[in-house]
Write a protein that binds this ligand. Sequence first.
Ligand SMILES: Nc1nc2c(ncn2[C@@H]2O[C@H](COP(=O)(O)OP(=O)(O)OP(=O)(O)O)[C@@H](O)[C@H]2O)c(=O)[nH]1
Ligand SMILES: [Zn+2]
Length: 205
Amino acid sequence: MPVVFVAASKLPTPFATFTMHGFLDEATGREHVVLSLGDVADGQPVLGRLHSECLTGDALFSQRCDCGSQLEAALQAIAREGRGVLLYLRQEGRGIGLLNKIRAYELQDGGADTVEANERLGFAADQRDYGMCQPMLEHLGVKSLRLMTNNPRKVKALTGMGIPVAERVPLHTGHNPHNKHYLATKAGKLGHMMGNEHQGEAGRA
Ligand SMILES: Nc1nc2c(ncn2[C@@H]2O[C@H](COP(=O)(O)OP(=O)(O)OP(=O)(O)O)[C@@H](O)[C@H]2O)c(=O)[nH]1
Ligand SMILES: [Zn+2]
């Protein structure tokens, strides 16, 4: 897949000063970003997150989902360790785009759950593809990951691309009254692991 590295710069944040690596996915025209910290090319498993874009949760403080809180918790965990990668993947709305996500939210306001809303709009429940991660991780020299996620599909996708997941680190954070139903649907219909399956959480309750 033609994913090309374009440029890298420093990115100071409240948690750490990361290095920001910009990539262009020539197949889709999407611009992806990786934030890295420390030596991630030493061959040891790297603490990492594949974070799917959620403009509403990541930038607009939405409480309909847990994305903003997961993003912050993941960056904090990487900063605490002094080493890690966060891939910020531009596949908004599980791949259907921002405007279709708003359409889906409109249906959810009328009673549909997150999966039913996607299906009513003619989309699969989850249209994401993680193929762009392989060339980005290869560029950074990352050989294997300790992946912060509750989503077994991400573990499967990485393993399938030849990137071993040495450990899955749960990321349970950002629960609030507005996303209770949403999180329950993710666990019930999308296979997300929302229990305390593992010690060493990266997030806060
Ligand atoms: N179509 C659609 N997308 C949503 C909805 N809520 C959040 N998203 C998108 O879902 C993506 C985040 O996926 P999640 O299912 O919350 O979590 P995940 O990335 O699969 O799993 P974790 O690694 O455990 O966070 C982002 O791209 C959001 O924009 C929704 O109701 N409908
Ligand atoms: Zn979200």
